[in-house]
Design a protein around this ligand. Sequence first.
Ligand SMILES: Cc1ncc(COP(=O)(O)O)c(C=O)c1O
Length: 352
Amino acid sequence: MFRRIEPATHGALDFAELERLGIQPDDVLDFSVNSNPFGASPKVWDAIRQTPLERYPDRESIALRRALSQRLDIPLEQIIIGNGTAELIQLAAFAFLQNGDHALIVEPTFGEYERSVRLMKANVHRWRAVSKNGFIPSAEKIHKRLSQRNMQVVFICNPNNPTGQVVPHEVLGEWADLFPETLFIVDEAYVAFVDGMKSAISLKRKNILILRSMTKDYAIAGLRLGYAVGDEAAMNAMKKFRPAWNVNALAQAAGLASLQSEKYISETLEKLRSEKETLVSGLKELGYKPVPSQTNYFLLPVGNGADFRQKLLAHGILVRDCTSFGLPTYVRIATRTAKENAKLLETLRQIS
Ligand SMILES: Cc1ncc(COP(=O)(O)O)c(C=O)c1O
């Protein structure tokens, strides 16, 4: 009677779990979400105070799309806004996949891609990066895989969650040209965290769809906001599947204000990059072996990820157990502020 679909596993606070453990959400330091820990720009708070709540939001998010269009130098018609990138992943699956289609997922990666492929009853194919190679994706091997079978869709998280590794820009362009029947969905949720990383938007290929999150670098995860950039026909196809008023007025206002906070965002991300180096050095001093990554987050081999997470949670620290990524011996840690990172290191010192 019911269609069945399993939810993807995510990091972030699990409020029900905290209630069971008798821990207040405000008492937890959350290293499990890969967000800007310095919080939203002060301009966001001003914008929110001025947003009327009694009015329905703009269904087309025109002001925000216009600002993005100027920022990215692409036409308004090639941008749609979503209630977080999570919604856009699902809209893309609705629009571009159907029963029996084939989708390749470059793994280990974010669980929503597989869930959305399954939702459409399409076939999941995987190519998996391995620890032996530092989880760096092999362009050659993925190319080979693409040559073996026609895929309707390829999901590439770039930079990847949870490994923080990157598929080079030129490689994406080459694949798009070599496999014109395939839609490459490139999730750039974390692109702002990699210093100088070029977005696939600049490749301007019709068969590359770029997903961007505004919840991570702008620290507005509680509001939900993301956008997709692609060919106009693809954007129109996705639009048909979205619920009306999918992006609330506060999120639209916060997105606009964040775009006007360039200095705040770049300064906080710069600070975060330097905090990451300090945190990684601190972990090495304690005898851990963080896996090199290009992002603010990284994998840490710990023996048993689930146990390690529980042990730290009892001390009010949350890390991401990587079992759901098929990496049960790892946790993923996202850098926070200097004081918070010091607390993590101190706690690790105490419990090990
Ligand atoms: C790779 C990736 N894409 C998308 C999302 C979802 O982002 P949003 O908050 O914009 O829905 C996440 C969140 O964890 C993610 O890791």
